[in-house]
Design a protein around this ligand. Structure first.
Ligand SMILES: NC(=O)c1ccc[n+]([C@@H]2O[C@H](COP(=O)([O-])OP(=O)(O)OC[C@H]3O[C@@H](n4cnc5c(N)ncnc54)[C@H](OP(=O)(O)O)[C@@H]3O)[C@@H](O)[C@H]2O)c1
Length: 282
């Protein structure tokens, strides 16, 4: 049995779907009964309803699992503590393998969510379980949030300079690679960067959207203070706002991309391009 945490989220559902297609027995750890129903409909064999905040829930989720695929909720202020608690539960339950959904370049201290992840990776080295670390780049799927404005106004709004260079990865490719890493213990004890093969400026992203939509699409830069005020109005918590602002600033200063070599090797083909992604999702 493979326990997938954060199973109802964007990453979790993609990973569960991909594991199930390969015939794996998956137990989904979710927060609500409604999410449990969704995950069972996706093909999960079992669903456990609980919260990362409750040790008993974690032990209940881990008991009888041979492998854990741990996906921490996005931008969670307690990611390090959640990782520690889940590892403790895994040890108590006698789980043999722990695969961790980290991020590309977790070593970057300027981005708090990356820094928390690298500290969880460090715990894995010391926990006495077989481990694997998955380090995906930013997902292509993130641009879908901008889709309504792209389609209605022809504007792709980003909170960093238009020349910012990002290497995005298709979440479907990530899920396919993760499935190999979860199902093949011969790949244990590795840290795997999962990055796409293109590095695009935001102007180039808008140009590809334009080519796909058959109408002009322009990149428009939103001031970060303006972005933060709107995010707070929508109810985004302070940790998330602050962490995202630091991430946007880092992206603008340094760009963010990795090597596609490992993902290409795991998939046995070139990673999905942004154009192919648009053709599939648009
Ligand atoms: N987005 C990217 O480009 C990218 C790239 C690389 C790595 N990552 C990493 O991928 C991970 C997953 O991101 P995601 O966007 O897929 O996450 P997500 O959509 O936010 O999903 C997280 C899931 O965890 C659940 N959850 C939240 N708090 C919980 C709690 N206390 N106890 C139990 N469950 C809880 C959420 O439930 P509710 O729906 O009920 O809130 C949700 O179903 C993150 O760690 C992120 O850093 C993301």
């Amino acid at each position: 049995m493979i326990l997938v945490t954060g199973a109802a989220g964007k990453t979790g559902q993609a990973v569960v779907r991909s594991l199930v297609v390969q015939g794996a027995a998956v137990r989904a750890f979710v927060r609500t009964a409604e999410q449990a129903t969704t995950l069972l409909a996706l093909g999960a064999a079992e669903a456990v309803v609980g919260t990362f905040a409750t040790a008993d829930d974690l032990v209940r989720a881990c008991t009888g699992a041979a492998t854990i695929y741990h996906i921490c909720p996005n931008m969670h202020p307690d990611e390090l503590q959640i990782g520690r608690n889940l590892l403790t539960a895994a040890q108590q339950a006698g789980v043999a393998r722990f695969v961790y959904h980290s991020v590309l370049h977790p070593q970057v201290e300027a981005m708090a969510h990356h820094w928390q992840k690298v500290r969880v990776e460090e715990l894995l080295f010391q926990a006495g379980l077989a481990y694997t670390i998955v380090q995906p780049a930013a997902y292509m799927q993130n641009v879908l949030a901008a889709w309504p404005a792209v389609m209605s106004e022809g504007i792709y709004r980003v909170p960093y300079a238009a020349h910012t260079r990002l290497g995005m990865v298709d979440l479907a490719d990530v899920a396919a690679a993760v499935t190999r890493l979860v199902l093949e213990p011969a790949l244990d004890f590795g840290a795997y960067e999962l990055a796409g093969s293109e590095v695009l400026t935001q102007d180039e992203v808008a140009a590809q959207m334009s080519a796909w939509a058959g109408r002009p699409v322009h990149c428009e830069v939103v001031e970060r203070a303006e972005w933060a005020a709107a995010a707070r109005l929508r109810g985004m918590n302070d940790y998330t706002v602050t962490t995202l602002l630091a991430m946007f600033e880092y992206y603008e200063q340094h760009g963010f991309w990795g090597s596609p070599f490992v993902l290409t090797h795991l998939l046995g083909r070139e990673p999905t391009t942004f154009g192919e992604f648009l053709a599939r999702e648009g």
